[in-house]
Design a protein around this ligand. Structure first.
Ligand code: SF4
Length: 313
């Protein structure tokens, strides 16, 4: 994602040996409640994939209780193989489900969410890389529930303008696309078809082609061995193309298989605070920084809602 900063926290919380290696600020417990169970059963009934659930996101109870959830569309297999991501890889995944837009809209309406985040795997096997299907999902959500705020965490579509146009025409409120890491480490962390400058170009195009109406957002993980100076440069690069919201979270190795890079550093909470302050100094309107922060963490923050409402006037 690159779509799946969402997925990178998956298994690191799951085994005793891994838990023992985590610093104290990363030792958390999942708390499931009525709402989390409802999302799980609706996802099953409508053949949907809630990222919050499938990626075992530690923040899910908090986000869901605030009326926001993240769903992944276009299947469970990605055509790419980023080295931080838990999503499985396949060069030719099964065809798209034509019922998915309506099923998604029905599930979100049943949950009475006020803010939904939709993300997807990358589909390099499709001519428009799935942009048309993604746009249909946005349109179905809007038709079913007026007033629903929609954030999309999109793949890069290789910066194809016709694909980006399809998403813009469906009128999401926020478009998010993650740079995932600093420029120097991109080659070793992301799939070879993704790159840092292409991601910047994607974000620039969304802003330019929507006449600056769409709010753009990005995110990255730390713990790969990046320096403070490189993080600052990433912030400047994103602000230079008008990105307004930025998130930074801790990378956690999804599995011990060779595909997944080991964690180089567990970044201390005080350092995250410093990055948050740095982000505001650089000019972001909203920053979310912390070890457990993920792309859509607290996406429905009142401040972001206000930004959307004032932009739509
Ligand atoms: S492997 Fe696919 S789903 Fe995972 S981050 Fe890369 S593009 Fe996104």
């Amino acid at each position: 994602m690159d779509c799946a900063t969402k997925s990178s926290f998956t298994l690191s919380f799951n085994t005793r040996s891994q838990i023992q290696k985590l610093p104290s600020w990363l030792k958390i417990k999942y708390v499931d409640n009525e709402l989390t169970n409802k999302i799980e059963s609706l996802s099953k009934n409508y053949n949907l994939h809630s990222v919050c659930q499938s990626a075992h996101c530690p923040n899910r109870s908090e986000c869901w209780s605030q009326g926001t959830a993240t769903f992944m569309v276009m299947g469970e297999q990605c055509t790419r193989g980023c080295r931080f991501c838990a999503v499985s890889t396949m060069s030719k995944p099964p065809p798209l489900d034509p019922n998915e837009p309506q099923n998604l809209a029905s599930a979100v309406a049943a949950l009475n969410l006020r803010y939904v985040v939709i993300t997807s795997v990358a589909r390099d096997d499709l001519e428009d890389e799935g942009a048309g299907h993604f746009a249909e999902c946005i349109k179905a959500l809007k038709e079913k529930q007026a007033g629903l705020l929609i954030e999309v965490l999109v793949p890069d579509f290789k910066a194809k303008k016709f694909a980006i146009k399809k998403i813009i025409e469906a009128q999401p409120d926020v478009v998010s696309h993650n740079v995932e890491t600093v420029e120097r480490l991109t080659r070793s962390i992301r799939d070879i078809r993704a790159n840092y400058n292409q991601s910047l170009e994607v974000l620039r195009l969304y802003r330019e082609m929507s006449n600056e109406k769409i709010i753009t957002k990005s995110g990255m993980m730390v713990g790969f061995g990046e320096s403070e100076g490189e993080i600052r440069k990433t912030m400047f690069d994103l602000r230079a193309i008008g990105v307004e919201i930025f998130t930074i979270g801790q990378y956690l190795q999804p599995t011990k298989t060779p595909r997944h890079l080991p964690v180089k550093e567990f970044v201390h909470p005080d350092v995250f605070k410093k990055y948050e302050q740095m982000g505001y100094e650089v000019g972001f309107k909203y920053m979310a920084c912390g070890a457990l922060v993920r792309s859509s963490y607290k996406a429905a923050e009142p401040f972001i809602e206000k930004m959307i409402v004032s932009r739509n006037r």
